[in-house]
Design a protein around this ligand. Structure first.
Ligand SMILES: Nc1ccn([C@@H]2O[C@H](COP(=O)(O)OP(=O)(O)OP(=O)(O)O)[C@@H](O)[C@H]2O)c(=O)n1
Ligand SMILES: C[C@](O)(CO)[C@H](O)COP(=O)(O)O
Length: 386
């Protein structure tokens, strides 16, 4: 069974008041929670329907945070949820048997529920995650109750909602995208004549619709494992010699004395200190252990490449840097005018805002090690989830 997961992120967030897909929830963009669960699931590919306004940001979030061989495609959604879903289904692989549509606004789906819904859709034609109604439900007209349906048969629909691709497309052909009865994918299948199978979901699989839902989502994250904050510190020194490039925080610093730092890699002492701080916070050792100078693969390598690798090591532990502060200790050359570029370079490498990265330079008043070399200290905060 080939399953295509579709994550809907093309809504306008009108009731929330801002784009909820790219907003951060405990430090992580909302859309990333669902993408990670579908990467973990048995789905064979992921199609994200984004809006014209959030496509670039979502593309950036995916490329910086999601490391998988699973194909991920980002398409432009439509004016309604149904239209976005249909556009995405049309972009699935020709091998696809089952399409499983999920609201990007439901960050707490689990891979297990996603797999169960897809499997039951393959067996029964359509399936959805849902929970039993806990409250008594009233049907009203003109402000007065006209009926109280039997609660034992009432379920609250969640996502994912899945169907066989061929049936979903055939149903879409027959239906009007603006049909007010279509509030979810299960109703598409019902109107087509297929009875969706219910997979009992979790009350935690809430949809972020209004601002109050954010507080609930933070509570759920706390319940399932509050993010733990860990601090890390790194320190490094390299000797200054003639005839090498001087690279600091990934930025080349030209200088009249033609001085650069000596080392097995490009000897970017500031990035080395930062990597040690990150590895320290995540209890992953130090750069000597991960990139030994006896290994020829690292000869002359850009330390920014090593930083990319360290970031992936942290991702593997569900750990993300939330801010970094680097102090470069150098008597020469003067570094002030290069600092904004250094901050931008580190922020881009770590997927942070430039406001979350600080680089500063100081001397040792001619009293210390910085006479013949450059040293760097770095501290960073790392948030570990789960
Ligand atoms: N044209 C649309 C409308 C909605 N959605 C997606 O469908 C899901 C459920 O929609 P909802 O919670 O209503 O999101 P919004 O449409 O963004 O919210 P609002 O109705 O308040 O504008 C969300 O993941 C949303 O991004 C979509 O992909 N395309
Ligand atoms: C699909 C859904 O999440 C099931 O509960 C819901 O119907 C989406 O509704 P919205 O009007 O797009 O918020």
């Amino acid at each position: 069974m080939f399953t295509s997961a579709i994550i809907l992120a093309a809504g306008s967030g009108r009731r929330m008041g801002f784009d909820k897909m790219t907003a951060r929830l405990c430090g992580k963009a909302v859309i990333l929670y669902s993408i990670e669960r579908f990467v973990e699931s048995d789905a064979d590919e992921i199609i994200i329907a984004a809006s014209e306004d959030n496509t670039d940001k979502i593309r950036e979030l995916v490329s910086e945070n999601i490391h998988t061989d699973k194909p991920i495609k980002i398409i432009t959604g439509g004016a309604t949820r149904f239209e976005s879903a249909v556009k995405a289904v049309r972009q699935t692989s020709c091998e696809c048997d089952v399409v499983s549509v999920h609201d990007g606004a439901r960050p707490f789906v689990t891979a297990k529920t996603a797999d169960k819904v897809a499997l039951e859709a393959f067996r029964h034609g359509a399936a959805l995650a849902a929970v039993r109604a806990k409250d008594t439900v009233k049907i009203c007209n003109d402000g007065v109750v006209t009926a109280t349906p039997d609660r034992s048969g009432l379920w609250l629909a969640q996502t994912p909602q899945a169907a066989r691709k061929a049936d979903y497309l055939a149903a879409a052909e027959k239906l009007d995208v603006n049909d007010a009865r279509i509030t979810d994918d299960a109703s598409v299948m019902e109107l087509y004549g297929i009875k969706p199978f219910i997979v009992e979901g979790s009350y935690d699989n809430i949809k972020l619709t209004t601002k109050e839902d954010i507080a609930m989502a933070e509570y759920i994250i706390g319940k399932t494992g509050a993010p733990k904050l860990c601090v890390g510190h790194g320190y490094d020194v390299h000797r200054l010699v003639e005839g090498r490039k001087l690279i600091l925080c990934g930025v080349e610093v030209p200088n009249k004395d033609n001085l650069g730092l000596l080392g097995h890699s490009d000897a970017d002492v500031a990035v080395h200190a930062l990597m040690d701080a990150m590895l320290g916070a995540a209890a992953l050792g130090d750069i000597g252990r991960h990139f030994p100078d006896s290994d020829s693969r690292y000869k002359g390598i850009s330390s920014m490449k090593l930083l990319e690798h360290v970031r992936k090591l942290l991702d593997g532990k569900n750990a993300h840097v939330t801010n970094a502060d680097i102090t470069i200790v150098a008597e020469k050359p003067k570094l002030a005018k290069f600092i904004p570029d250094m901050q931008r370079s580190i922020a881009a490498a770590l997927g942070l805002d430039t406001d979350d990265v600080n680089v500063k330079a100081t001397t040792e008043e001619g009293l210390g090690i910085a006479e013949d070399g450059i040293a760097a200290h770095a501290v960073c905060m790392v948030e570990k989830i789960g």
